[in-house]
Design a protein. Structure first.
Length: 1097
């Protein structure tokens, strides 16, 4: 890949040597998640190691520019410019260069120029060697590609390129513009059009019109020469909040160019404009640079000497070109030894050519050929520019100089526009013919260019890194941060040569050091920005010559957005400080700025303010994250307006608390004090001096509030202070309950709290935890205090009695079910079931999940073909889990049952009963802030049931239909005992259920019979209603507390049951059945699978 240098690296090397001693010791910033970024892509916890890795990186150090700006500090933090799009308003970009190869890297802007010129961000096709725009684009944001010599300052950013067809190097440009009046150059319009895309935050302009004014020309002199009536021409720049960066120019020490000066004509542009001079080191300006002059307050010094960046590569056969034009014919061009001498020689020789033409035209005669004369003038114009270009290594460096002679108003009056137009067209054709023969394009390359054109894009890339770091900040604020970060050069302060000086990234990442006006500071919710610099008024940094014209540049800030801004410096800006949103934490000082907080803003910290006013909605919150119980000091006066707030953070009992220390007077015109209290064991003796005022305290707050649920803050006033104490309020625990269970438990807790003062030696940890807690904390804790799990376990146990009931009832279906057995002997049978359920939150009861399993075995005796009796034994296990209640429970039951059945005419009668001994275990956690009890219950219960069923069956083809009705009486009771702490409960759980069921069953023979195994399908569908309907009830009590009632879930009431099974009767004496059964209602679902077998002897 080609790599060329237009200027040697001596200047760049000198710059680096100066910089090597310029880095000051840095306090390491907070590292990004994962650590600081190393140049090789790894991460480290050591900031200095990360910085060193970048400084030693070959691409980073290809020239002095990145070190000059301190960009290693940005890269170590992971900043690359990602998310930013920078406009490049230049000569076009060679987009096939590998530095622009990432997806979506460069977008081109379509401009209104005539055909044949550069457009869509690409280079003028007549000047394919033009590297200026490509060099600028690579400097700003060229990709970081392994194996390439360099990368752009904001290498993660994207580019939006607009082609400015410069006059230099193009004969046709002058014909089209000055003679034909076509639109060719759209440089200023490109700024407006790029802004109007709404996609760019920065527009770099490495071009401008020169001036001969000295850099120290007075403001009046500069305005007299450069003032323009822009009107609203640049309004899109303001509307879209774009930063426009201009190179100051390459005038060898003169004033910055007219476009860099634009804010003098439209002061609204000052915050959105930057002018950039070129410094080869901190010690020296590049000789070619123009200086800032009256742009000083928006001007900085960037690195622009021998800057290496991307270009389209080509080779020019200079010897071949020079061979076309003998020395004897172009003596002056060959003899020149300096650029200025070469330029003079070119102009003089072309003037000779033009005068020879005029002489020939005047002489006329029969052999005179006007077109031939024009072609000869054109050939000479091409020859002169080619000889000069070949000597400089630039193909067409003097084209614009010669073309300018042809289109000047005075010359065209003599030469005629027709002549000049024809010569320019012929000269272009001749120039293109020769260059196409002697130039070879080799693809992508790199070159070292010098000029403010190189300094400006370095600063644009710097700005993009800042915009990534501070994504919500306005351009005005970004500009203030950028310029004020600068290292001072030349005359102390902001001066007419280097302006603010050289921007320094390590300083800029800490926020501004000066503000030129009152700036909005927007910080997004969840974001914390830290400004560690000392911030002053910009005018205090100005040299006398600058301050004379810009003496009103004083700073201030308006904090907006829901995030936090922390000021740690000794700030002495004198404009206002206003907080309208989020939190402004002052841990340094604001000793010249009056602070106001209002809207939805908050001001806090442990620093020092001048004066403070809290307006409606504004919150004053002394302390910060590291020291929540800190003191905020106000040197002057404090005023709390109606609707304002003073937030006081306190540890338990006011052992440590935040406060306001006022050096002047304190005026209280209303507002509220809000106590943000830590949880713990509070007492009524806590006293906190929340305001201490050297001057008099006048007025009063409207009141005080606290997040302690049952304690209310009380304010008392003295001449020089405000004191806060606490007392019991009228809020009850019951009033905070969200449902009847919580209110019931809360009422018992209220009795316990009210009796705690005379409780003797009783454990008061639960009562104290409640008194210390906030309303949200109590509301969150109440579900874990009710013991609802005990009641819901009872409801689940009652519902699960259907397992043994259905198994025994199924044995009574006998021949009615389609089964046939030989004889009236004894049968043995067994069944097993497994399933799970889910109860949803309803009627104030908590959601839960359950699992059930069990087995039964039985034996029965057929007393006749229609009558049988039997006995069943088994075990079951039911489990319940509720995250809302912080509870789990299980019931292990041992069961015994008896049953029988017989025919009564066309009806079948089935009856039975069972008893189960329930072993109940529960675990739950009662949690309230630091209070936590792990509570365990271990107790026994009894479950009784009796049932009866009347069914009628009818065969229709292969299907037996059996509608039926049933009644079951179920009773559960258990004595609850818990251990584990003050929140343990005891009491009795009971449920009586009178279940009425109506439904039907079917049994369809699918295959077999007549001596072969028979396959049948069995279905059932029923509805069950609990006549009692109250569900399970837990009569509970805390130790030494009153009783209260807790209700539980009742899964078996108003429920639809259904199922499907398949039965295989292998022989006349054996049968096997597998199936599914479930319960369905809005607040409960239960799904189970079961299997049964029977053998008859």
């Amino acid at each position: 890949m080609a790599f060329s240098f237009k200027i040697g690296l001596m200047a760049a090397t000198a710059g680096v040597s100066v910089l090597a001693g310029a880095a000051a010791a840095q306090t390491a910033p907070t590292p990004p998640a994962g650590g600081f970024y190393m140049a090789n892509g790894t991460r480290t916890t050591n900031y200095q190691t990360a910085l060193a890795s970048w400084r030693s990186d070959a691409q980073f150090s290809v020239d002095y520019s990145k070190r000059f700006l301190g960009l290693e500090h940005a890269y170590a933090m992971g900043l690359t410019g990602r998310g930013q799009t920078i406009g490049v308003n230049d000569a076009g970009v060679y987009m096939d260069h590998p530095l622009f190869g990432s997806a979506g890297k460069v977008t081109g802007l379509r401009t209104q120029v005539v055909e044949g010129y550069g457009n869509d961000g690409r280079i003028n096709p007549r000047r394919r060697w033009e590297g200026h725009g490509t060099h600028v684009a690579g400097t700003i944001a060229g990709d970081r590609v392994a194996g390439q010599p360099m990368f752009g300052n904001a290498y993660g950013a994207k580019l939006y390129a607009a082609t400015t067809n410069f006059a230099a190097g193009d004969f046709l440009w002058f014909k089209d513009v000055y003679i034909d009046g076509d639109i060719v150059a759209t440089s200023n319009q490109n700024i407006v059009d790029l802004a109007n895309t709404g996609q760019v935050r920065i527009i770099n302009n490495s071009w401008g019109s020169g001036t001969s004014l000295p850099y120290n020309a007075s403001l009046s002199t500069v305005l007299a020469s450069m003032n323009r009536n822009y009107g609203d021409y640049y309004k899109p720049v303001l509307d879209k909040d774009v930063l426009v960066v201009f190179s100051a120019g390459n005038g060898y020490g003169v004033h910055a160019s007219i476009d860099a000066v634009a804010p003098l004509s439209d002061p609204r542009l000052r915050s959105n404009w930057l002018s950039v001079a070129n410094y080869s080191s901190f010690a020296a300006a590049d000789p070619s640079t123009s200086f800032c002059g009256q742009t000083a307050t928006w001007c900085v010094a960037g690195p622009g000497s021998a800057v290496v960046s991307s270009v389209p590569a080509y080779t020019m056969d200079r010897a071949g070109i020079l061979a076309l034009y003998p020395r004897a014919n172009y003596t002056g061009l060959y003899a020149a030894t300096t650029v200025s001498a070469l330029q003079s020689a070119a102009v003089n020789q072309f003037l000779v050519v033009l005068n020879n033409y005029l002489d020939a035209r005047e002489a006329g005669g029969p052999g005179y050929d006007e077109d031939a004369q024009r072609r000869e003038v054109a050939r000479q114009a091409a020859a002169i520019t080619l000889v000069a270009g070949a000597r400089l290594g630039d193909p067409d460096s003097f084209t614009s100089t010669l073309a300018g002679l042809l289109v000047s108003t005075n010359n065209m009056a003599i030469l005629t526009p027709a002549f000049s137009g024809a010569v320019l067209e012929y000269a272009n054709a001749e120039l293109q013919r020769v260059l196409n023969q002697y130039i070879r394009y080799t693809g992508a390359g790199y070159a070292a260019y010098t000029g403010t054109s190189m300094a400006a894009p370095n600063v644009s890339g710097f700005a993009a890194l800042l915009m990534e770091n501070f994504p919500e900040y306005s351009t005005a604020l970004i500009s203030d941060i950028l310029v004020s970060s600068s290292r001072d050069l030349d005359t102390p302060g902001v001066d007419l040569k280097s302006g603010w000086g050289a921007p320094q990234m390590n300083v800029a990442l800490g926020g501004p050091t000066a503000l030129r006006a009152t700036r909005d500071v927007t910080v997004a919710v969840g974001t914390v920005d830290v400004w560690s610099n000392n911030i002053g008024d910009a005018r205090d940094r100005y040299s006398a010559e600058v301050r004379a014209n810009f003496g009103n540049d004083i700073g201030g800030l308006v904090k907006k957005g829901g995030g936090q801004l922390i000021l740690t410096g000794a700030n002495d800006y004198s404009g206002p400080t206003r907080v309208e949103g989020g939190l402004l934490t002052v841990n340094g000082s604001l000793l010249r700025s009056n602070a106001t907080v209002g809207g939805v803003g908050m001001i806090g910290g442990v620093g020092r303010l001048l004066n403070l006013t809290a307006e409606s909605g504004g919150v004053v919150a002394p302390g910060d994250g590291a020291n929540p119980f800190g003191t905020l000091t106000v040197a002057g006066d404090v005023n709390f307006k109606p609707g304002s707030f003073l937030w006081i953070r306190s540890s338990v009992n006011g052992g440590a608390y935040s406060r306001l220390n006022v050096g002047g007077a304190t005026r209280l015109e209303g507002g509220q004090v809000v106590l943000k209290a830590d949880s713990g064991e509070w007492n009524l003796r806590s006293r906190m001096n929340i305001i201490q005022s050297t001057g008099a305290v006048t007025g009063a707050f409207t009141g005080a509030q606290s997040d302690l649920a049952f304690l209310t803050p009380v304010l008392t006033y003295s001449t020089n202070g405000v004191t806060l104490t606490v007392r019991r309020n009228d809020v009850t625990v019951a009033s905070l309950g969200a449902n009847s269970n919580q209110k019931s438990a809360g009422a018992a807790l209220d009795v316990m709290i009210n009796g705690s003062a005379t409780s003797g030696s009783r454990d008061l940890s639960l009562e104290n935890a409640l008194l210390d807690a906030s309303v949200p904390a109590v509301q969150a804790a109440l579900p874990s205090l009710t013991g609802e799990v005990h009641a819901s376990l009872a409801g689940l146990a009652v519902s699960d009695t259907r397992a043994i009931r259905e198994a025994m009832s199924d044995r009574g279906r006998g021949q009615a079910g389609g089964q046939t057995y030989a004889g009236n002997g004894v049968s043995v049978w067994g069944s097993g079931v497994f399933g799970d359920g889910r109860g949803s939150r309803h009627d104030g009861l908590a959601a839960f999940r359950s699992e059930s399993s069990g087995y039964l075995v039985g034996a029965e005796k057929a007393l006749s073909d229609d009558v049988h009796i039997g006995l069943a034994l088994g075990e079951s296990r039911s489990e319940l889990r509720s995250a809302r209640l912080n509870s789990t429970g299980r019931v292990n039951s041992e069961q015994i049952g008896v049953y029988g059945g017989g025919a009564l005419g066309d009806f079948q009668v089935r009856v039975g009963g069972s008893w189960a001994k329930a072993d109940v275990r529960t675990d739950r956690t009662a949690q309230l802030n630091q209070f936590s009890n792990a509570l365990a219950g271990d107790y026994d219960g009894d479950v009784w049931q009796v049932y009866g069923e009347l069914a009628w069956s009818r065969a229709v083809g292969a299907t037996m239909f059996e509608p039926y009705g049933a009644f079951s009486h179920v009773q559960y009771d258990a004595d609850v005992v818990e251990v584990g702490g003050d929140a343990a409960l005891s009491g009795q759980v009971e449920q009586t259920a009178d279940l009425v069921t109506a439904g039907f069953r079917t049994r369809t023979v699918l295959a077999g019979g007549q001596g072969r195994p028979r396959l049948s399908a069995v279905t059932h569908l029923a509805y069950t209603h609990d006549l009692n309907g109250d569900g399970p009830v837990f009569d509970a009590a805390f130790a030494d507390g009153p009783g209260f009632v807790i209700n539980g879930a009742n899964p078996g009431d108003d429920v639809i049951s259904g199922g499907l099974a398949f039965t295989v009767q292998a022989t006349e004496r054996t049968a096997l059945e597998m199936g599914y059964t479930g319960l369905y209602k809005d607040e409960y679902r239960d799904n189970r699978i079961f299997g049964r077998f029977s053998v008859k002897f």
